[in-house]
Ligand binder design. Structure first.
Ligand code: PLP
Ligand code: TYF
Length: 398
């Protein structure tokens, strides 16, 4: 019956993570999957989230289905977080938000909507991007193309080439943009570069699709929403999928959202209707628990303040690890410029390691980074950073 079914190669990131778990070496170091680990190497349970959970459980009652679009308190909290509670586009009813099954679910619902209402549009993703971007959009039957982004020569951004590519895109093309903390490179646009993007997006009638999976890991919770607010301030129409997996350390609860900023309230109502239709066809309605934790944290002032402080702690720990890695590597290989570790943002850095060097890191030193050279900086801690720097220096020196 099922002989014709293709074997699934698996997701390369998740497969590497499994290979790490099976590695018997005691000194192994996991810098592969995009998960934040604390200095003890554990996935944190944030105190703000734990307190919210206790309160949510204490108040828990019947568990009816949520509406297709999710819980109203969650959706409002997300809108206020992303745009600011007083944003005129919110007041004008131009923004619709659905609770999604992780931001992956938000991308999927958005992709289904795009396929139906912009059937001739391709989606352009950065070269490189998170592999699952391509998979999700292609899974909805959409053609996926690349725009230039990362510059291996500098460890920075090919901004002029990116802008030039945007100018050549057919009208109504969808442009997927990482709002902060680019996965996999750590290379972000500056506020000035985001501003330069706006007239091109407008003139070409492009449809931006922002992905905000690491809010708070770059420069701050508000700062990392810069692109979202800029596009909204400029009156553009766009999509934004956002996640609480990393910012609240709630990976397995699948908490995310999809918002669409529309030209007016009437169009927003039409879009909301079709987002609901897409949800109904996919999974009918989202789960309740995780979204209620998020809503509780965001809308309870003390929990909100505690969460912001915890996110700051995670962000600053990553920055400290970047500095440590940079200083040890620079001392060991003085001829080389490791400045990219300091200029790149968020959980990830592209190290520029070749696949052969990545293989040596794993085989000889038990240090796991992705084949592309992507390192999850959030896997570094005060006990392993020196060993990682020594291992990297060894494979880079030969
Ligand atoms: N977008 C990017 C860029 C990511 O790195 C991730 C990682 O998990 C996601 C989206 C999906 O996040 P989630 O579905 O856990 O919200
Ligand atoms: O890029 C990463 O490592 C994270 C985690 O199918 C992840 O985004 C990786 C693969 C995947 C889901 C999540």
């Amino acid at each position: 019956m099922f002989q014709h079914v293709d074997a699934y190669a698996g997701d390369p990131i998740l497969s590497l993570n499994e290979a790490f778990q099976k590695d018997p070496r005691a000194n192994k170091i996991n810098l592969s999957i995009g998960i934040y680990f604390d200095d003890e190497g554990r996935i944190p349970m944030l105190d703000s989230v734990r307190k919210a959970e206790l309160a949510v459980v204490a108040d828990a009652g019947a568990r009816p289905y949520l509406p297709m679009e999710g819980a109203a308190n969650f959706r409002t909290a997300v809108q206020h977080l992303l745009f600011g509670a007083e944003h005129p586009a919110l007041k004008a009813g131009r923004i619709v938000t659905i609770q999604a099954v992780g931001s992956s679910g938000g991308l999927k619902v958005g992709a289904d909507f795009i396929k139906r209402y912009f059937p001739d549009s391709a989606v352009y993703v950065s070269e490189p991007t998170w592999d699952n971007h391509r998979a999700v959009f292609e899974g909805s039957g959409i053609e996926v193309k690349n725009y230039p982004y990362y510059d291996p020569a500098t460890g920075g951004l090919r901004f002029d080439a990116m802008l030039a590519a945007l100018r050549e895109m057919p009208k109504k093309s969808v442009v997927l943009l990482h709002a902060c903390c680019h996965n996999p490179t750590g290379v972000d646009l500056t506020p000035a570069q985001w501003q330069q993007l706006v007239p091109v997006l407008r003139e070409r009638e492009l449809l931006p699709f922002l992905d905000l999976a690491y809010q708070g890991y770059g420069d701050g919770i508000e700062e990392d929403a810069y692109a979202v607010r800029l596009l909204a301030d400029e009156g553009l129409s766009f999509f934004i999928a956002n996640s609480f997996s990393k910012s609240m350390s709630l990976y397995g609860e699948r908490c995310g959202a999809l918002s669409v900023v529309c030209p007016d309230a009437a169009q927003a109502a039409l879009v909301m209707g079709q987002l609901k239709a897409a949800i109904r066809r996919n999974y009918s309605n989202p789960p309740m628990h995780g979204g209620q934790l998020v809503a509780r944290v965001l809308s309870t002032p003390e929990l909100r303040a505690a969460w912001e402080a915890e996110v700051k702690g995670m962000r600053e720990r990553i920055k400290a690890m970047r500095k440590s890695l940079h200083s040890v590597l620079s001392a060991k290989l003085p001829g080389r410029d490791f400045g990219y570790f300091l200029s790149q943002h968020g959980m990830f850095s592209y190290t520029g390691l070749t696949p052969e060097q990545v293989e040596r890191l794993k085989a000889e030193f038990g240090v796991y980074v992705l084949r592309s050279g992507r390192m999850c900086v959030a896997g570094l801690n005060t006990r392993n950073v020196e060993a990682v720097a020594v291992a990297m220096a060894a494979v880079l020196a030969d």
